[in-house]
Design a protein around this ligand. Structure first.
Ligand code: IMP
Length: 181
């Protein structure tokens, strides 16, 4: 698996430092609130787990599964809800937890949906931000690292459902996905 990686972009150590830093900011910003952390499956899982343990607050954790990729390396722009929340967001402060923001199609769609359902506030914590990929205007409130417009895998991020278990974020060798297309 490691042989398919051209370069490590965000190391395990850096990821842990990001979680500590964002955890402190979120703890301070949501002091006296009881937010719901909404993780977008499946990519959020490692980040949700590490970030949540750096937040010194009582909060709910819930998950949604949405998809816009369908197995390739470019967003289709068509966001589908595959699994919905099991908790009401009405009058609640929501923090969406994501692995990466690229076009922002996913996050803008989910924010609109949660606001429509009556959420009091909807903010976002993302491990990675790829602003060069934007198709919609959007700036996440909590960003771990801004990265260039590369297709990355690891620490939750997949290519065709693989590589999510890499402990770091890396750039996939182009020949790995060239084989499929
Ligand atoms: P957006 O809707 O284009 O902002 O994309 C958000 C989703 O696309 C993320 O939650 C990821 O699942 C996926 N994604 C975007 N960029 C990458 C990448 O470089 N590697 C793997 N998945 C990605």
């Amino acid at each position: 698996m490691h042989n398919d990686i051209a370069d490590i972009l965000v190391s395990e150590k850096e990821i842990q430092e990001i979680c500590v830093k964002l955890g402190k900011q979120i703890t301070a910003d949501y002091k006296d609130k009881q937010p719901i952390f909404v993780g977008l499956l499946k990519g959020c899982v490692p980040f949700m787990s590490d970030l949540a343990r750096q937040v010194d607050l009582k909060f709910d954790m819930a998950y949604m599964s949405v998809s816009s990729y369908h197995g390739g390396i470019a967003s289709s722009g068509d966001v589908k809800i595959k699994m919905d929340l099991d908790i009401s967001v009405k009058d609640r402060d929501v923090l969406i937890v994501e692995d990466i923001v690229d076009t922002a199609n996913t996050i803008v769609t989910i924010i609109d949906l949660l606001k429509h359902r009556g959420a009091k506030s909807v903010k976002m914590a993302t491990l990675l931000d790829k602003p060069a990929g934007r198709l919609r205007e959007y700036q996440p409130e909590y960003v771990g690292r801004v990265i260039p417009k590369e297709f990355v895998v690891g620490y939750g991020l997949d290519y065709d459902e693989y590589y999510r278990n890499l402990p770091y974020v890396g750039i996939l060798k182009p020949e790995v996905y060239a084989k499929k297309s």
